[in-house]
Design a protein around this ligand. Structure first.
Ligand code: KIV
Length: 289
């Protein structure tokens, strides 16, 4: 890894990563300077973590979207710290190179700065996370500052904030009017000012996300925010075609639901027909095979 002198970001070295280098927070920050797109995907378990890591994904986000994807809740609100810690630890065990960022779930940081620091610390100590993500800008700047003061890197999250679904009246695109864009810009700037190393921008018109990206010096990671963010993130189940519902901003890069249904149907047919297991798939009485 080649480290350049500190740039605009106080306290961070701007680094240029070789492809095999362990991804760190300074490397992610440096990718913006180097104009290298940042590739982020959610991961919730050991096996998927290892697979995504082997494909060169930079950040594995243990998103609280696991509430929907893994647990079948209709929002992220019921997700607990215990769930986040268990899934973070599995993802951390599965990867070698990628940076593991874990979401602080609803009500683990909203009540007080002390809660925010303590729960961020649990994600690092018990969950193996290398950074945490929380939703909010101006209102959460104090929380971000305190967590960063505890030497835990923070990723912000503005725009469509799933934990604020009840305040937003649904999962709606944010920042469409000039006034809404100005609020988002204030939120993004407050998160950056408080020490966030990167910011997720979710569900925002492309032009708005582009202007916010332009105004910041830290990387932006878009989801439903157009092509001009410094990186992109998708929920892995959406990308693989495992989700029931496909939002407009998702591209299905595979149709694994179809593959799974076909494989499992064939298994059922083979068991019904008595063709599974075959002799080769069974143990003999007199051999070690
Ligand atoms: O929880 C999550 O998966 C997220 C991403 C969609 C950004 O926050």
């Amino acid at each position: 890894m080649r480290c350049l002198p500190p740039g605009k970001m106080e306290g961070f070295f701007m680094c240029v990563a070789k492809s095999k280098d362990k991804i760190t927070v300074p490397i992610i920050v440096g990718k913006r300077t180097q104009k290298e797109p940042i590739k982020v995907l959610t991961a919730y378990d050991f096996r998927m973590s290892a697979l995504l890591d082997s494909c060169g994904i930079d950040i594995l986000l243990v998103g609280d979207s696991l509430g929907n994807v893994v647990y079948g809740f209709d929002s992220t609100l019921p997700v607990t710290m215990d769930m986040m810690i268990a899934h973070s630890a599995a993802v951390a065990r599965g990867r070698e190179r990628a940076l593991v960022v874990s979401d602080l779930p609803f009500m683990s940081y909203q009540v007080s700065e002390e809660d925010a620091v303590m729960n961020a610390g649990r994600l690092v100590k018990e969950g193996g996370a290398e950074a945490v993500k929380l939703e909010g800008g101006v209102a959460m700047a104090g929380r971000i500052r305190r967590i960063v003061e505890a030497d835990i890197p923070v990723m912000g999250h503005i725009g469509l904030r799933p934990q604020a679904v009840n305040m937003m009246g649904g999962y709606k695109v944010q920042g469409r009017s000039e006034q809404e864009e100005a609020i988002l810009l204030e939120d993004a700037s407050a998160a950056q000012e408080a020490g966030a190393f990167a910011i997720v921008i979710e569900g925002v018109p492309s032009a708005t996300a582009a202007r916010i990206t332009e105004a910041l010096s830290i990387p932006t990671i878009g989801i439903g925010a157009g092509p001009d963010c410094n990186g992109q993130v998708l929920v892995i189940d959406d990308l693989l075609g495992l989700s029931e519902f496909t939002p407009k901003f998702v591209r299905k890069f595979a149709d694994l639901s179809k593959e799974i249904v076909s494989a499992v149907s064939n298994y059922g047919k083979a068991v019904d027909a008595g063709s599974f297991p075959s002799a080769e798939e069974s143990f003999g009485a007199d051999s070690q095979k």
